[in-house]
Design a binder for this molecule. Structure first.
Ligand code: ATP
Ligand code: MG
Ligand code: ZN
Length: 140
């Protein structure tokens, strides 16, 4: 049986399983419901409160091909499955603390040139992004 580290194994896979962050999950669900997606979202807060978790659920849900009536990802369609198995070409996570040069971002742009296979949106998550990284967004 494949070993999965506990932080990944127990990471919530739906908005409803995120504890104590209703203000965030409801806001994200409403954005999906009203089809008003911004081109970028900032998840700010102390360590370990669910920023990456919420970003990943959001990415998966907006790409789900069979979204539930409660605006949750189905976790069964090809897009959800590839997200859950970390095989999706449409989600890119990058540690902005160590990938902090304009060239790093140019490489990222090259990666996201591949058009989405099933999904509609390419989602990029930059973690540990701080205000002094603003110049990194210039190549976008
Ligand atoms: N609100 C929450 N509800 C349920 N589980 C949570 C919640 N917040 C964090 N966790 C759990 O804690 C682990 C770490 O969460 P996550 O990586 O999303 O935190 P983070 O805010 O991105 O932290 P960091 O600041 O270190 O990047 C995850 O595996 C997840 O299972
Ligand atoms: Mg994080
Ligand atoms: Zn799905």
């Amino acid at each position: 049986m494949e070993y999965i580290v506990s932080a990944r194994k127990y990471r919530p896979g739906t908005f409803s399983s995120v504890e104590g962050q209703d203000n965030i999950t409801v806001t994200l669900k409403n954005a999906i419901k009203n089809q008003q997606l911004a081109h970028a979202y900032l998840f700010c807060g102390p360590r370990g409160v669910g920023k990456t978790t919420c970003a990943r659920i959001f990415a998966k849900t907006i790409n789900c091909q069979n979204i539930t009536t409660d605006y949750e990802a189905c976790n069964e369609c090809p897009s959800c499955k590839s997200f859950n198995e970390s095989k999706s070409f449409n989600i890119h996570e990058l540690d902005a603390a160590s990938n902090n040069s304009v060239d790093d971002i140019r490489l990222l742009i090259d990666k996201v040139r591949i058009p989405p296979r099933w999904a509609s949106t390419v989602f990029i998550s930059l973690t540990r992004f701080i205000c002094c990284h603003q110049q990194l967004l210039m190549p976008f």
